[in-house]
Design a protein around this ligand. Structure first.
Ligand code: PEP
Length: 250
């Protein structure tokens, strides 16, 4: 269960937020669910200090990385830098990166490879916009994104991947895909991974649903056979609500 904070919570607010999470979450929660936060870059060192200092079981990661490892790329953050901060995860190809920063399949593929080069687990975000959904092409569209992102990625890396199926029309809109909508595409992603690699890779990859997840809808989404977790945006900014989501709404 990963909380994508997007461009919210400065490093001081991050301390309060992570402390609230760690105060509420207990060993039973951590035994059942892996919990991760994805703060802005400027919070990562603070979150690392808190997690290390208090030996917290919360994982953390970044929301993006450069396709390059170092050099003259002003404003970019490399996978090596994130690895040095002991990040576990990095989202790649989030729809907001695709939409506002022109990230195409070539860039997303290069970023997935950059993450793996530095032993970060990419959370590969895929999903269709409203027009594609209306045309009924959500499965073919999303599978093409998966295939493009994994071009020349070997099975031993692919098996550690997380894929987040996030229908763009459901992100931050309050429109949640029905559990059947989520299962249709998440199931197709698993079948695609079997075709691209083998059944062991398809089984090992964790597939998340993302898009207006809340404590009130998480249980029905998690009941789907090919949904292994959720990528949570807006609702992850409220620590108490995020804890309820980690507990599948309880
Ligand atoms: C996201 O940004 O990854 C996301 C799923 O956002 P929200 O939960 O706010 O729809």
């Amino acid at each position: 269960m990963a909380g994508n904070w997007k461009m919210n919570l400065n490093h001081l607010e991050a301390i309060a937020h992570v402390q609230k999470l760690s105060f509420s979450l207990n060993d039973k929660d951590y035994a059942a669910v892996e919990v991760a936060v994805l703060p802005p870059f400027t919070d990562l060192r603070t979150v690392q200090t808190l997690v290390d200092g208090d030996k917290l079981k919360i994982k953390y990661g970044a929301q993006d990385l450069s396709a390059h490892d170092s050099g003259a790329y002003t404003g970019e953050i490399s996978g090596a830098m994130l690895a040095k901060l002991r990040c576990s995860y990095v989202t790649v190809g989030h729809s907001e990166r695709r939409q506002y920063h022109g990230e195409d399949e070539t860039i997303v593929n290069a970023k997935v490879k950059a993450a793996f080069r530095h032993e970060l687990t990419p959370i590969l975000c895929v999903g269709e916009g409203l027009e594609v959904r209306k045309a009924g092409d959500q499965v073919s569209h999303t599978l093409a994104q998966v295939e493009g992102a994994l071009k020349d990625v070997p099975a031993e890396q692919a098996r550690t991947l997380v894929v987040a199926y996030e229908p763009v029309w459901a992100i931050g809109t309050g429109e949640v895909a029905t559990p059947d909508d989520a299962q249709e595409v998440c199931g197709a992603i698993r079948t695609k991974l079997d075709q691209l690699y083998d059944p062991t890779v398809a089984d090992a990859v964790r597939i998340q649903y993302g898009g207006s997840v809340k404590s009130g809808n998480i249980a029905a989404i998690m009941a789907q056979p090919d949904v292994d977790g959720a990528l949570v945006g807006g609702a992850a900014l409220d620590a108490e609500e995020f804890v309820r989501i980690v507990r599948f709404g309880d």
